[in-house]
Design a protein around this ligand. Structure first.
Ligand code: ADP
Length: 176
């Protein structure tokens, strides 16, 4: 059984097996949550990231967590919102789903996600939240034993309110 949890706060302070980074395709750091994660993990992270040779939009790669309380980081590249006709929804779904697949392959059982693409990349927050929740519930349906806990970490009030109402509407507190 997977527990799906919603929290408001800073993902760099959390200590699941893996936190997810909303990275850019270079994987060499940036602003927003990416900058916060690189800042908290320390410079060894960028050294490991250099060896990964970037990441495509909708894909995911794993590194160690270094100075973070989380053991690992899953770096995924969200789509830039471009009006909705550039497969943005499909690519965002893929970010969540492939992050979960990669974690499961490494036998990691707890994971925390930020609200990928809803900052600098301007993906509409309501649609992003619905897409994230759909990807997570689809994954849990296909692999119900893979995770003990999946956490959505919202940094801003607007995302937190959206997730609260969507999760309540879908009656998700624990996913079986
Ligand atoms: P993107 O380029 O994918 O839009 P951003 O980092 O700009 O990435 O924003 C993604 C989300 O991460 C936003 O909702 C933003 O509020 C949130 N965010 C920023 N800093 C943190 C943090 N330290 N912990 C968790 N979420 C964060």
């Amino acid at each position: 059984m997977t527990q799906i949890t919603l929290v408001k706060g800073d993902i760099t302070k959390m200590h699941p097996d893996a936190i997810v980074n909303a990275a850019n395709s270079s994987l060499l750091g940036g602003g927003g949550v990416d900058g916060a994660i690189h800042g908290a993990a320390g410079t060894e992270l960028v050294h490991e990231c250099r060896l990964l040779a970037g990441c495509k939009t909708g894909e995911a790669k794993i590194t160690k967590g270094y100075n973070l309380p989380a053991k690992h980081i899953i770096h995924t590249v969200g789509p830039v919102w471009n009006g909705g006709s550039k497969k943005e929804e499909h690519l965002l779904y893929s970010c969540y789903y492939k992050s979960l697949e990669l974690c499961a392959q490494h036998k990691l059982t707890t994971i925390a996600f930020p609200n990928i693409s809803t900052g600098i990349y301007h993906f509409p927050k309501q649609l992003a939240a619905a897409t994230a929740i759909k990807a997570v519930t689809d994954f849990c349906e296909s692999e119900p034993e893979a995770f003990t806990e999946i956490t959505f970490v919202c940094f801003d009030d607007e995302n937190y309110t959206i997730y609260q109402s969507l999760l309540a509407a879908t009656h998700i507190t624990n996913y079986e």
